[in-house]
Design a protein around this ligand. Structure first.
Ligand code: SF4
Length: 425
C-alpha cells in the first residue's frame, strides 16, 4: 500500500527550529517501510527541502524556518504582535502535492493545539488533491481536543491518543510495541541537520501544567542495547554528530547509563526537555560529561509552588544545588549549565519566579524561562474558563494565557532581568 505522511506548516507569533522534528511520523515511516509499504513524506517544516528558503544552519544544525507575515485571526488581533506562517505553504505546497504519487492513505500530523490553522490548511489542500485517499489526522491536537478537530479539520478519521498504537487497526499489520519500533526514518530529509530519538515514551511524573498522561499512558522504555544500536545505525547513515533525546524523563530510564559505552567519541547529545534533578547523582553527572552532553539543562520548572499538584516532582533547593554540584564536579563549567523555570502559570507571582531565578543564578546555573502554554485536560486547565479551554488559539504561550495584556510589561521586565543574570557568566 502507498502512504503519504504530512507534517503541516505552522502559524504562530514565533517559531524556530530548536530541535523541531516530527518524530512521530518519522517512526511511522520506519514502521510502515518495515512492513513493505511505500511511503512518501511531505514535511513542510523541513528546512533542507529544495523548495524551502530558510535561514542558514546555526549551532548544532538548528536555524530559522522560512516565514511570511500574515494577518492574525480576529481573536488574536488585540495582542498586536506579528503573526507569521512558518515552513512550506501556499503555492509551493500545492506544487509539491501535484508531484506526489496518489496515496491510499494519508497521515497528517499535528502538535500544539494552537497550531491547528496550519493543520487545517494542509488538510484542505490534501482533500482537494487526493479526494479519494483516506485522510487520517493524529498527534497532540486531536488527542487533547478531539471535538474541535472534528469540527475544523476535514479528515476522514481522527486518531485521539498515540497514533502508532492505533496503526494495527489502520494498516491491518501487527504493529510492535514501542520497545520494538525501528529507528526513526530520516531518509525523507536532504540534510536533517541533527537526529532526534527517544529511549522512552511517556513520563512517570504528573505535573499539573502538563497533558502527557492524555497522550502516552504509562512509561515504556527501550533497552540500552537497542538505543545504542539505533544511534550507531543513524550515525553511519547520516554522519551527523548531534543526537537529540526527545524523552520526557530521560534519566528515569534505568538503561540510560549503559547507552554510551561503545559509541563513537565525536557524538554530541542534547536534551531539549529538562533533566530530572533528583537523578543527577555523581555517577550520572559523570556519564553525561563523558558521553558529551552539551549544556545540560535541569528541570527546575517551578520551585516551591504552593499548589499540591506540583509536589509530584518534589523539587527543593537542596536537591537542585546537589545536582548542580555533581555536574560541576564532573567537569561542567558555570555558563554551560542551565535550568528551566516556567513563567506564566495560573496564580503564579512573577516575584516568585524572580526569586527562583536568583537562587539558580547563585547556584551558578543559567536560567531558561519557559513560557507557560495552556494544555486542555491538564490539572491547571481548571483555572481557565470553558471558552478559553475550547479555543486553541488562546492556549499559545506567546500571549501568556494566565495574564492580562496590562501585565505583559512586567513579564518582559522579568525576562530582561533574567537575561541580565545570565549575562554575568
Ligand atoms: S511536565 Fe515533563 S516531567 Fe512533568 S509530567 Fe509532563 S512530561 Fe513529565
Amino acid at each position: 500500500m502507498r502512504y503519504l505522511l504530512v507534517n503541516p506548516p505552522v502559524y504562530d507569533f514565533a517559531a524556530y527550529d530548536y530541535w523541531l522534528k516530527p518524530l512521530g511520523i518519522l517512526y511511522i515511516s520506519a514502521i510502515l517501510k518495515k512492513f513493505g509499504h511505500k511511503v512518501d513524506l511531505i514535511n513542510c517544516m523541513d528546512r533542507s527541502r529544495p523548495e524551502s528558503s530558510p535561514g542558514a544552519d546555526r549551532y548544532y544544525g538548528r536555524g530559522k524556518f522560512e516565514s511570511e507575515y500574515v494577518m492574525p485571526p480576529n481573536i488574536l488581533k488585540k495582542y498586536k504582535r506579528k503573526y507569521s506562517i512558518y515552513g512550506i505553504h501556499g503555492e509551493k505546497l500545492n506544487k509539491i502535492l501535484k508531484e506526489v504519487p496518489v496515496p491510499e492513505k494519508i497521515f497528517l500530523s499535528s502538535a500544539m493545539t494552537y497550531w491547528y490553522p496550519g493543520v487545517r490548511e494542509a488538510a484542505l489542500k490534501l482533500k482537494k488533491q487526493f479526494p479519494k485517499s483516506e485522510l487520517i489526522l493524529g498527534g497532540t491536537y486531536p488527542t487533547l481536543m478531539k471535538e474541535h478537530a472534528a469540527l475544523h479539520i476535514p479528515a476522514d478519521r481522527i486518531v485521539s491518543g498515540d497514533t502508532v498504537a492505533r496503526l494495527s487497526d489502520i494498516t491491518g499489520e501487527n504493529i510492535p510495541e514501542f520497545e520494538d519500533w525501528p529507528a526513526p526514518d530520516y531518509s525523507g530529509y536532504n540534510a536533517p541537520g541533527y537526529i532526534v530519538i527517544r529511549t522512552s515514551q511517556g513520563c512517570p511524573y504528573s505535573c499539573a501544567y502538563c497533558g502527557i498522561k492524555n497522550i502516552h499512558k504509562g512509561f515504556r522504555k527501550k533497552t540500552a542495547k537497542t538505543i545504542s544500536g539505533e544511534i550507531k545505525l543513524l550515525y553511519s547513515k547520516y554522519k551527523l554528530r548531534d543526537f537529540v533525546f526527545y524523552d520526557d524523563a530521560l534519566l528515569k530510564n534505568r538503561e540510560f547509563k549503559d547507552i554510551f559505552n561503545s559509541l563513537p567519541e565525536e557524538l554530541r547529545f542534547h536534551t531539549p526537555n529538562g533533566l530530572e534533578i533528583e537523578e543527577i547523582t555523581a555517577e550520572t553527572a559523570d556519564i553525561l560529561k563523558r558521553a558529551n552532553f552539551i549544556e545540560p539543562c535541569l528541570a527546575a520548572d517551578v520551585i516551591g509552588r504552593r499548589n499540591k499538584s506540583n509536589q509530584s516532582k518534589k523539587l527543593n533547593k537542596a536537591k537542585i544545588k546537589e545536582a548542580a554540584e555533581n555536574l560541576f564536579s564532573a567537569g561542567y563549567r558555570s555558563g554551560n549549565l542551565y535550568a528551566y523555570l516556567i513563567v506564566g502559570l495560573p496564580g503564579q507571582k512573577l516575584a516568585e519566579v524572580r526569586k527562583s531565578a536568583e537562587y539558580l543564578h547563585e547556584t551558578s546555573l543559567k536560567v531558561k524561562l519557559a513560557e507557560y502554554a495552556l494544555v486542555p485536560g491538564s490539572e491547571d486547565a481548571k483555572y481557565f474558563s470553558k471558552a478559553v479551554n475550547n479555543e486553541p488559539l488562546l492556549h499559545n504561550n506567546s500571549i501568556f494565557p494566565s495574564y492580562d495584556i496590562s501585565q505583559w510589561e512586567d513579564i518582559f521586565k522579568l525576562k530582561r532581568y533574567v537575561s541580565g543574570l545570565n549575562g554575568n557568566f
